[in-house]
Design a protein around this ligand. Structure first.
Ligand code: ZN
Length: 153
């Protein structure tokens, strides 16, 4: 169990496309545990592996209503036409927020940490977090699509 350093916007690693995980090794399990610890310590809703400098398709998400998800090689397989406009932030962009437009509902296929295929139907905050974290795995940040809110809070 360890807290990892979270890379900040401007770091090139955050702009790279991550490679899929082909085998869930003990090293990957340790990384997942450390990512969960790091997310908790930073009080975040999600964390993607590139944010801690690892270019692999892994993300963790925890929402108050749905609990903890570990996603390996996640893919969005369906998006609702219905959109939500809401405030979004990122642990790699500290102290800033923006308004984004995201699908209200998404369906994601992934592997869990035991390598078992899972399907997640996320709405609202969970849908937003799924989109946000999967974007990280493709080198995309929410600030690319957000209308930023000016001024500190
Ligand atoms: Zn983020």
């Amino acid at each position: 169990m360890a807290k990892l350093k979270i890379l900040k916007v401007g770091d090139e690693t955050l702009r790279k496309v991550c490679r899929p995980v082909d085998e869930i090794t003990p090293r990957i399990q340790r990384l997942i545990d450390d990512m969960i610890d790091t997310m908790h310590a930073a009080d975040g809703v999600g964390l993607a592996a590139p944010q801690v400098g690892v270019l692999r398709r892994i993300a963790v998400i925890e929402t108050p209503n749905e609990g903890l998800f570990v996603l390996i090689n996640p893919k969005i397989v369906a998006c609702s036409k219905e959109q939500q406009e809401s405030e979004e932030g990122c642990l790699s962009v500290p102290g800033r927020w923006g308004i984004t437009k995201r699908p209200m509902h998404v369906k994601v296929k992934a592997l869990n940490r035991h390598g078992k295929p899972v399907e997640i139907n996320g709405s609202g905050l969970l849908a937003k977090a799924l989109c946000h974290e999967i974007d990280h795995l493709d080198g995309k940040l929410y600030i690319d699509i957000a209308k930023m809110i000016e001024g500190a809070r």
